[in-house]
Design a protein around this ligand. Structure first.
Ligand code: SF4
Length: 224
């Protein structure tokens, strides 16, 4: 049987999940940057509830610097680790004002210098806001899907990013994350693989429809 490749998988998923999109609500580049920082260790659904209030209160980097730490922490409290997140948001916005005219920068180099912004967040911003394919954001959904679909044997996000980007045209990098997340939420969920409903059930090396073991669990056991 032909092994699944990432280009084949993307082609199929693009027909199902159209258009590929982020799961956070945002209007401006700053909104997305803030929402992405809040989404660490928190669900997108929760973040979208919180940002409804937050974005009504803060529209610019200046607003985030001027709002009191207490009020900001109260608004974002339910996203978890709110002390750290509030500090990140205010320090980051001060840096935007000091070095970038209050705007979100459009290079990986500049983005990763901002507090709370790593390569994953920067990749999302660059793709979703600026249409740039500088990297590939690897979150828990992407790790699970990549392992189950046999696209990687690794657990380390950086190594998985390398496995996924190797040989894939750069212009396709940005959509990998959102397409794999879409499939990971709808069908190939963490606790319940719905392989009988999945378009990859005949080729996937983790297909329970063909009584195959879950490779994400296998990889997890291997590393213990
Ligand atoms: S066949 Fe099953 S394990 Fe493979 S991608 Fe589909 S849902 Fe996930």
């Amino acid at each position: 049987m032909k092994a699944l490749t990432l280009p084949m998988i993307l082609k199929t998923l693009e027909k199902i999940y159209t258009p590929p999109r982020t799961f956070l609500d945002w209007e401006t580049p700053l909104d997305l940057l803030v929402a992405t920082i809040l989404s660490a260790q928190c669900t997108d659904v929760r973040v979208n509830i919180v940002t409804k209030t937050l974005f009504a209160r803060c529209r610019t980097a200046e607003d985030y610097v001027k709002i009191s730490r207490e009020e900001l922490e109260t608004i974002i409290h339910s996203c978890g680790t709110y002390h750290a997140k509030a500090k990140y948001l205010q320090t980051m916005c001060q840096m935007l004002l000091d070095h970038h005219d209050g705007k979100v920068p459009d290079t990986m180099e500049d983005l990763v210098t901002l507090p709370g912004v790593g390569r994953k967040t920067a990749s999302i911003i660059l793709w979703a806001v600026f249409g740039k394919n500088e990297g590939l954001a690897v979150d828990t959904h992407v790790i699970r899907l990549a392992q189950r679909l046999g696209l990687t044997r690794h657990k380390d996000p950086k190594k998985i990013e390398l496995d996924l980007t190797r040989g894939l045209p750069r212009e396709q990098w940005g959509k990998v994350t959102t397409l794999l997340i879409s499939h990971g939420r709808a069908v190939c969920t963490a606790h319940n693989r719905k392989c009988e409903e999945c378009v990859f059930q005949n080729e996937c090396p983790s297909s329970s429809a063909r009584h195959l073991p879950d490779l994400a669990k296998v990889r997890s056991r291997e590393s213990r």
